[in-house]
Write a protein of this length. Structure first.
Length: 135
C-alpha cells in the first residue's frame, strides 16, 4: 500500500478533482435493506445505517431522502494523518456558499455537494489549486 502525501502545500498544488456521473442521496435504512448492497458508501451510526446511493436506485427502491448531491472525488492521494487539506477545501467551498459533506477513503477524499452546485464547486477547487501554485 502506498502512503499518501502529508505536505499541505504539495497536496494543494497537485489537487485535482473529478465528478462522478449522476446524482447521489443520503438515506437511513435498516440493515439488510435492498439499498445496502447498492450503496457507494455506508456509515453505521447509533441512529441507524446511513447509505449514500445513486438517486436512481433510491427512487427505484422507494427510499426516502432529502438531499440530492453531486459526488466529487479529490484525486490527490492524501495520507489519513495529513493536516489541513479538509480545512482548505471546506473553507474555499464555504466562502463560495457551497455546502459540502465529506467522506474519507484510504486513497481519496470524496465531497458530496448540492447537485446544482457541482460545476461551481469544481471551479472553486480548481481555483484553490491555482492559488497554491498548481497548474
Amino acid at each position: 500500500m502506498t502512503t499518501g502525501m502529508t505536505d499541505l502545500d504539495q497536496m494543494l498544488r497537485t489537487l485535482d478533482a473529478t465528478a462522478r456521473a449522476g446524482e447521489y442521496v443520503f438515506a437511513v435504512v435498516p440493515p439488510g435493506h435492498p439499498a445496502v448492497p447498492l450503496a457507494s458508501a455506508t456509515v453505521v451510526e447509533d441512529e441507524g445505517l446511513t447509505v449514500v446511493l445513486a438517486r436512481e436506485d433510491a427512487d427505484r427502491l422507494g427510499v426516502t431522502y432529502d438531499f440530492v448531491a453531486a459526488w466529487i472525488t479529490l484525486t490527490v492521494h492524501s495520507a489519513l494523518e495529513a493536516v489541513g487539506l479538509t480545512a482548505a477545501f471546506s473553507r474555499a467551498l464555504a466562502e463560495a456558499g457551497i455546502s459540502c459533506n465529506v467522506l474519507a477513503g484510504f486513497h481519496h477524499d470524496h465531497l458530496l455537494v448540492p447537485a446544482g452546485e457541482k460545476d461551481r464547486a469544481m471551479s472553486v477547487l480548481q481555483a484553490l489549486r491555482r492559488s497554491a501554485g498548481g497548474a
